[in-house]
Design a protein around this ligand. Structure first.
Ligand code: TYD
Length: 406
């Protein structure tokens, strides 16, 4: 029996993804023997509707000076965050004098650079110092600390209250949501807005994209869970905007209760969630069965290909792929290597299953018969670049929303 991280109600895991390593912990061969693993079990709180990991590695194990994820490497994500920033500036900054924006988990500054370019006061809070350094080099004000109620008070003292607190793909990484929500509520001006977007539970269940679940993602949110988690701290949802990024995300807009008009999107989404069963445990029992089916289909397909003497190379050494590889038990016997653009992942091995990570040049130099699309959330951008692979007869393997070869 565990306690819900949000409301402290008793919860029970409905499934285990087995022993999992640090999802972004790409490593060298001499580090294999010291590798850290934890049992990744997931639970759904029937009281506040929060989907969560029941245990998680310490923050220091996941976010550090060698953190391997740099947001700006994807062209489409740069465009997406520019549009996110424009939406904040156009809809929420218009009548404010010298507005101040704080971004939590600002990474290499991919979002804040848009505020800087428009001369808005800004501050990034980014605990991984190596990615924070990239932002600082661009002139984006960034501090390398974990956000907390204490830090919120320090920011207020130094720069005043924030008109907007924003973040993307960060909130689901923060286990102590109550401290964070309290900090944000404190940091905001009386009519400030909190805008964040995260992989959406509705999409994950509809697509069986269980790869969204990994050590860093302690929560996968729905509108119901966000409403309950932030409602406890005086904030309410004023708008909800579904996004295509990260395989289906939701942008949540919140504000202190009673300060803004509530968009009809809120009512519509809450109704849709009830229809999809996002607040019912039976839905998660079905999800478990779907994950098991997806696993046996994928492993069966890879074994067949191997028997035919053909090669498979993974495309994109994503954090998400760590869950898939370790849950399915897929190692270098089934996948030759994974091609990835991130220099600090290359010439290392994937966490847990130890598949070599190489560059895209290696993929192009000796193309395999099959490419397993781990970075499926970037499919459009990838297919634009990889027309040659398909023209030469190469086939793509998908596992979301179902295992398929195209
Ligand atoms: P992403 O799906 O953004 O996130 P996560 O790690 O959270 O699952 O990661 C994309 C990974 O895919 C990243 O390591 C870079 C890599 N990638 C490529 O190798 N080629 C590409 O064309 C793109 C778009 C990404």
């Amino acid at each position: 029996m565990y306690k819900c991280r949000i409301c402290l109600n008793n919860i029970n895991p409905f499934m285990s993804f087995g022993s999992q390593p640090i999802a972004n912990g790409f490593l060298k061969e001499h580090e294999f023997s010291e590798e850290y693993f934890f049992e990744m079990e997931t639970a759904f709180c029937e009281s506040c509707n929060t989907f969560q990991l029941v245990t998680q590695p310490s923050a220091e194990k996941m976010f550090h000076e060698n953190y391997a994820f740099f947001s700006s490497l994807s062209k489409n994500m740069r465009i997406h965050f520019k549009m996110f920033a424009e939406m904040v500036m156009e809809e929420y900054f218009i009548d404010r004098v010298d507005p101040f924006v704080v971004e939590l988990g600002s990474n290499d500054g991919i979002m804040l650079q848009n505020f800087m370019n428009n001369n808005f006061r800004h501050l990034g809070v980014e605990p991984s110092s190596n990615v924070g350094d990239v932002a600082r080099k661009k002139g984006i004000k960034t501090i390398s600390e974990f956000f907390s109620l204490d830090l919120a008070e320090k920011i207020i003292k130094e720069s005043g209250h924030a008109d907007a607190v924003i973040c993307a793909n960060v909130m689901c990484h923060i286990p102590d949501m109550n401290d964070i929500a309290q900090g944000i509520a404190k940091l905001l001006t009386a009519d400030g807005v909190l805008i964040f977007e995260e992989p959406y539970l509705g999409d994950m269940l509809a697509k069986t994209s269980y790869d969204q679940i990994y050590d860093e993602h302690v929560y996968i949110f729905s509108a119901h869970s966000v409403m309950n988690a932030f409602g406890r701290h005086g904030l309410e949802i004023i708008d909800l905007l579904h996004q295509e990024t990260h395989g289906g995300s939701m942008r949540y807009v919140l504000a202190p209760k009673g300060t803004h008009t509530i968009s009809p999107n809120v009512e519509i989404t809450l109704r849709d969630e009830k229809r999809q069963g996002l607040n019912s445990i039976e839905t998660f029992v079905k999800f478990k069965a779907n994950c098991e089916k997806s696993r046996s289909n994928l492993v069966g397909l890879l074994k067949d290909i191997k028997l035919q003497g053909k090669r498979v190379v993974g495309y994109g050494a994503t954090s998400k792929s760590t869950t898939v590889l370790n849950y399915c038990g897929i190692g270098p016997d089934l996948i030759d290597f994974i091609a990835d653009t991130t220099p600090i992942k290359q010439n290392k091995f994937t966490p847990g299953c130890h598949i070599p990570v190489k560059s895209h040049e290696d993929f192009h130099a000796n193309p395999p018969e099959y490419a397993l699309l781990f970075a499926w959330n970037h499919a459009t951008e990838i297919f634009e670049k990889e027309t040659q692979f398909s023209e030469n007869g190469g086939k793509w393997i998908y596992f979301v929303p179902s295992v398929e070869v195209k």
